[in-house]
Design a protein around this ligand. Structure first.
Ligand code: NAD
Length: 697
């Protein structure tokens, strides 16, 4: 018997215990063990029933991701073969689900004839999140147990259901309050006593509410609408339809075919890339995973504005006490009120309990005295974006904060080294670049200064995980990874307006391609004054950086976007839907005439290429300069901070799928177009394209 699956017999009941930490992934060591156990129990006349159990933490998390893309994936038996053996087992088999049964883990449990679960167990088929469908009978077995509607819901969202709900759905037969194994054994004893044999799901029929044809028509319409750009959800609906209309084995065949084509599809490849990219971000070549970290048991935030409040919420959400400081009582009161309103809105939507809100609020203390921050393990500065203000603050923090405290800045554009160097402890200074709204956005750029100590970096990365962010390391440069790239994207969006596009045409092309919103609508949301301020600074600092001044014309009129009800669009506030505005058209037209710009019709394809390749080319510089550690980190930044469509895998992955040679050809074509001088192919892009290579290798 393999170590990964222990076999024992208790009172005539065979117990197969899966032991493949951390999540009982159904890898090459575990699958043979389970199969052996089923066969042994089937052949032993003394055995009357079987119990399959995992650990308290995990029944099974499904496929073993450590074996993805390795030959171990295809070591026999496969999960479908195990499922067949379960179906063929002449004795009743009970799955005892503790922790979670997800993906292949739930398919294994569905292969069992009965299921019991611990009260906190979660059961789900999340394959859709990787652009796939459950490929080992899940699409055929789940509907037979829970009905078509619930199966479509569970598999197209990928969201798990808790044990009690699973009980109500018939997905589990009993929730076991005490010891799970004992509960499962007594359930099995009862089956034996009552003479109940195997109850194979494959022999059941699917319940459909109402007329089946109408049901699936509606399901396709709803799922199709919600899954813009993703093929897997509709494939799942088709599989459920097969489960209703066809015998089990035919349905299984259809599931296998649909699964195989999704695995080969670009959407799933992109989603799987993102899945692994997320796990890569914490790996820093010269800062090993076992680097000692500093304890972070308390935090302070300086500045109770837009960002300060959101950052403080992150700490409170993670149970870390935080003090929030601003210069006036009025400012801290306003900041705290906004936090409370934010939580209250979550409570009113039923997504947070009132007690939990109260607990979180009680963790946030407000103050107008910097001294109150002195004992915090980390302080994050989120005051005005001006070097003199930041440096002044860091001098003060240097004198106030206890030794060993981490001094972090939330600056979005300023040089972290220049900030660090005004202190006597630049090794303790780091950038933590949150994205707005800071309590919602998953991205956290962790900016490593020239002198940042390794343990400070390791601690900040760990803190990122604690507060549920995707922390990505960035070197110091203007805009770090994300904003440095987005500047080139914004630059192109304005050139497109110069050349003849309307804001709505540019935005619609970007949206249709998959961006959460177009660049101009994004500007309106962020506030056009912010970009304008940056440009004004650039005109002085980097006079060679060419912008269309059409953005300035809009901002000069006080059209700052959503906050003023007018920007690139107009808004009927509080409704935030952008409405095309003829006044804007006039401003743009006037600008074109004044600057003698010849207009032309521009295709959606060109719009998208210019926007996305502007990101890609800048990213290639960023990668070459070592600002980003790897191409997939850049992809992660765009996915979690900029509304890049996950099914395209991030700008670098997307460029790889287009082919870098093709990307380069387009960029070279743009060089002879309007404002072509801004297109300078990055040396890394040139090199990789010429060698036929990729960014993500
Ligand atoms: P904000 O104007 O909303 O808030 C800044 C707050 O800092 C104000 O409440 C102000 O009273 C306070 N403040 C100023 N000087 C202070 C001092 N000496 N001591 C204590 N408090 C002081 O600005 P914001 O949008 O929250 O931005 C804060 C920082 O975060 C900036 O560096 C900005 O670049 C950065 N940032 C902003 C965003 C964004 O989208 N707003 C995103 C990422 C990073």
């Amino acid at each position: 018997m393999s170590e990964a699956a222990a076999y024992s017999v208790r009172d005539g009941i065979a117990v197969i215990t899966m032991n493949n930490p951390p999540v009982n992934g159904l890898g090459s060591v575990l699958r043979p063990g389970i199969m052996d156990g089923i066969k042994k129990a089937g052949a032993d006349p003394a055995v009357k029933a079987l119990v399959l159990i995992g650990s308290a933490k995990a029944f099974s998390g499904g496929a073993d991701i450590r074996e993805f893309n390795t030959p171990k994936m295809s070591v026999l038996p496969s999960l479908p073969e195990i499922n067949d053996a379960q179906d063929g087992c002449p004795k009743p088999m009970v799955a005892a689900i503790g922790g979670f049964a997800l993906g292949g883990g739930l398919e294994l449990a569905l292969g069992c004839h009965y299921r019991v679960a611990a009260p906190k167990a979660q059961l789900g088929l999340p394959e859709v999140k990787l652009g796939l469908l459950p490929g080992s009978g899940g699409t055929q077995r789940l509907p037979r147990v829970v009905g078509a509607a619930q199966a479509v819901l569970m598999m197209t969202t990928g969201n798990p259901v808790p044990a009690e709900k699973a009980l109500g759905l018939g997905l589990v037969d009993e929730v076991v309050a005490g010891d799970l194994l004992e509960g499962a054994l007594s359930f099995a004893r009862k089956l034996i006593k009552e003479g109940k044999g195997p109850r194979r799901i494959r022999d059941m029929t699917v319940k459909v509410e109402g007329d089946s044809k109408a049901f699936f028509e509606k399901a396709r319409a709803e799922v199709g609408k919600a899954s813009r750009g993703y093929p897997a959800p509709l494939e799942i609906v088709a599989c459920v339809e097969a489960a209703v209309a066809k015998p089990f084995d035919e349905g299984r065949k259809e599931e296998r075919q649909r699964f195989a084509s999704l695995v080969e599809g670009k959407e799933s490849k992109a989603l799987r890339h993102m899945f692994f990219a997320e796990r890569q971000t914490s790996k820093i070549p010269d800062v090993p995973e076992d680097t000692p970290t500093r304890p972070v048991k308390s935090a302070a935030v300086i500045g109770a504005g837009t960002m300060g409040g959101g950052i403080a919420m992150n700490f409170a959400n993670a149970g870390i006490p935080v003090s929030m400081m601003d210069v006036t009582q009025e400012a801290v009161d306003k900041g705290l009120k906004k936090i409370k309103d934010n939580y209250a809105s979550t409570v009113s939507k039923g997504r947070l309990k009132q007690e939990e809100m109260d607990k979180r609020i009680s963790l946030i203390k407000t103050t107008t005295k910097l001294d109150d921050a002195k004992d915090a393990d980390i302080v994050i500065e989120a005051v005005f974006e001006r070097m003199d203000v930041k440096q002044d603050m860091f001098r003060k923090l240097d004198s106030v904060m206890k030794p060993g405290a981490i001094l972090a800045t939330n600056t979005s554009t300023l040089d972290v080294n220049e900030i660090a160097n005004v202190t006597k402890r630049p090794q303790d200074v780091i950038g933590t670049h949150f994205f707005s709204p800071a309590n919602v956005m998953r991205l956290l750029e962790v900016v490593r200064g020239a002198k940042t100590a390794k343990d400070v970096l390791a601690t900040t990365m760990k803190l990122g995980k604690t507060i549920k962010k995707v922390a990505v390391v960035s070197g110091v440069c203007d805009g770090f990874i994300g904003n440095r790239m987005v500047e080139k994207y914004g630059q192109q969006s304005l050139f497109l307006l110069d050349e003849g596009c309307s804001p709505q045409q540019v935005d619609a092309a970007a949206y249709k391609w998959g961006m959460a919103m177009g660049p101009l609508a994004m500007g309106d949301m962020a506030g056009l004054d912010i970009g304008w301020e940056i440009r004004k600074r650039r005109y002085v600092e980097r006079p060679n950086f060419v912008y269309s001044k059409v953005g300035d014309k809009i901002a000069e009129l006080g059209r700052y976007g959503q906050k003023t009800g007018k920007g690139w669009y107009r808004y009927d506030l509080p409704n935030r839907t952008p409405i095309p505005d003829p006044e804007v058209e006039d401003i743009i037209k006037k600008y074109r005439t004044e600057n003698n710009i010849k207009t032309r019709a521009i295709s959606n394809e060109e719009i998208v290429e210019r926007l996305i390749y502007a990101l890609v080319n800048e990213a290639a510089y960023i990668l070459e300069e070592g600002i980003a550690l790897r191409a997939s980190d850049i992809d992660m930044v765009y996915l979690t901070g900029y509304g890049f469509p996950p099914y395209r895998g991030g700008p670098m992955f997307y460029a790889d799928t287009v082919g870098l040679k093709n990307v380069l050809n387009s960029i070279q074509r743009f060089q002879s177009g309007y404002q072509g001088a801004v297109w300078k192919p990055a040396p890394l892009l040139l090199k990789l394209a010429n060698e036929g290579r990729k960014f993500n290798e």
